[in-house]
Design a protein around this ligand. Structure first.
Ligand SMILES: Cc1ncc(C[n+]2csc(CCOP(=O)(O)OP(=O)(O)O)c2C)c(N)n1
Ligand code: SF4
Ligand SMILES: [Mg+2]
Length: 274
C-alpha cells in the first residue's frame, strides 16, 4: 500500500481501446482502475497478464506492467511471474474462450495451486474476437449460422469448477455495475491465494441479446460463505445471475521460497550430453 492517493485515471495508458461501442469490457477496464486506486497500488507494482481475445486486450489499456500472451496461457505466465516476483500484484484478464476452452486445464491447476493472484474472466458466452463461435458457456440452444440449431451441449459452470478445484475466493460481477465490480476486485486482490472473479460482460455485437443482462442480474440472495459444502450447493443451484462474493476460503497460498538457485547447470547439462 502507498500513501499516495491514486485515481482511476492514473492507471490508464495512452492506447485507445478498439472495442465495439457498448462492449461490456469498457466498464471492466474502468473497474480495474477504480479497484487499484481504492487499494492505493502504484501502477509499477501491478502486472496485468492476459491471453488472446477482445477481453485480453486489457493490459495495453493500463499503464501497469503487462503481458499480452498467447491464447489460453495467461495463468501459466502469471504463475511464473508471481512466484518469482511476489512483491507484485498480479491480475490476470481472460475471456470465456481463452480461459475455459483452450485455457481450461490451466484454470483447474491454478485454482489447485492457490498462488496469490486474481483471475478475472470477462464472460460474454461467445468468442467475440473471432466473430461469434460458441464458447463453453454458450447456451445449448443459442442458434446462429455458426451453430445452426444450437450446439445442444450443456454449458460449463466456471464457479462450480473453481470451487471444486480449490479456488480461495469466488465472485460474480456484472460489467454494468463498475463501482460494485471495483469493490469486489479490490477484495479479491486483497484476499490471499487464488481469487476468481467472473464478470458477465456483454458482447453487444455477436450477442445483442445480452443487453438484457442488466435487468437479469441481481444481488446474491445469501451472504458469502467459507463453507465449501454450502457454497457448492448454492453454486450448483444458482441461476447464473447472482452477483456478489459467493465463497471466501482460508487456504494458505502457495509461495515457494525464492533466492539464488543452487543448481549447477553445467552438472545438469552433462546428464543430457549425447
Ligand atoms: C492457439 C490459438 N487458437 C485460436 C486462436 C483464435 N482465437 C483468438 S481469440 C479466440 C477466442 C476469444 O474468445 P474469448 O476468450 O471468449 O474472448 P472475447 O473475444 O469473447 O473477449 C480464438 C479462438 C488463437 N489466437 N490462438
Ligand atoms: S466483438 Fe464483442 S467482445 Fe469484442 S469488442 Fe465487440 S462487443 Fe466487445
Ligand atoms: Mg468471450
Amino acid at each position: 500500500m502507498s500513501s499516495v492517493a491514486y485515481k482511476q485515471a492514473d492507471y490508464k495508458s495512452d492506447v485507445k481501446p478498439i472495442w465495439c461501442p457498448g462492449c461490456g469490457d469498457y466498464h471492466v477496464l474502468m473497474s480495474f482502475g477504480r479497484a487499484f486506486a481504492q487499494l492505493g497500488l502504484p501502477p509499477e507494482k501491478i502486472a496485468v497478464i492476459s491471453g488472446i481475445g477482445c477481453s485480453s486486450r486489457i493490459p495495453a489499456y493500463t499503464n501497469c506492467y503487462g503481458f499480452h500472451g498467447v491464447h489460453g496461457r495467461s495463468l501459466a505466465l502469471a504463475a511464473g511471474l508471481k512466484v518469482t516476483r511476489p512483491d507484485l500484484t498480479v491480475v490476470v484478464a481472460s475471456g470465456d474462450g481463452d480461459g475455459y476452452s483452450i485455457g481450461g486445464n490451466h484454470f483447474l491447476h491454478a485454482c489447485r495451486r492457490n498462488i496469490d493472484m486474481t483471475y478475472v474472466v470477462m464472460d460474454n458466452h461467445i468468442y467475440g474476437m473471432t466473430k461469434g463461435q460458441p464458447s463453453p458457456t454458450t447456451e445449448p440452444e443459442f442458434d446462429t449460422a455458426l451453430s445452426p440449431g444450437g450446439t445442444g451441449v450443456a454449458p460449463f459452470h466456471p464457479l462450480v469448477v473453481a470451487l471444486a478445484s480449490g479456488a480461495n475466493f469466488i465472485a460474480r460481477c456484472f460489467s454494468g455495475e463498475p463501482n460494485q465490480t471495483a469493490d469486489v476486485l479490490a477484495q479479491a486482490i486483497k484476499h490471499p491465494g487464488f481469487s476468481f472473479v467472473e464478470i458477465l460482460s456483454p458482447c453487444v455485437t455477436f450477442r445483442p441479446d445480452e443487453k438484457a443482462w442488466k435487468d437479469m442480474v441481481h444481488p446474491a440472495p445469501v451472504t458469502e460463505t467459507s463453507d465449501q459444502g454450502k457454497a457448492a450447493r448454492r453454486l450448483m443451484t444458482d441461476d447464473g445471475f447472482n452477483i456478489g462474493i459467493l465463497y471466501r476460503g482460508n487456504r494458505p497460498p502457495f509461495q515457494p521460497a525464492i533466492g539464488a538457485s543452487n543448481v549447477d547447470l553445467s552438472e545438469l547439462e552433462k546428464d543430457f550430453e549425447l
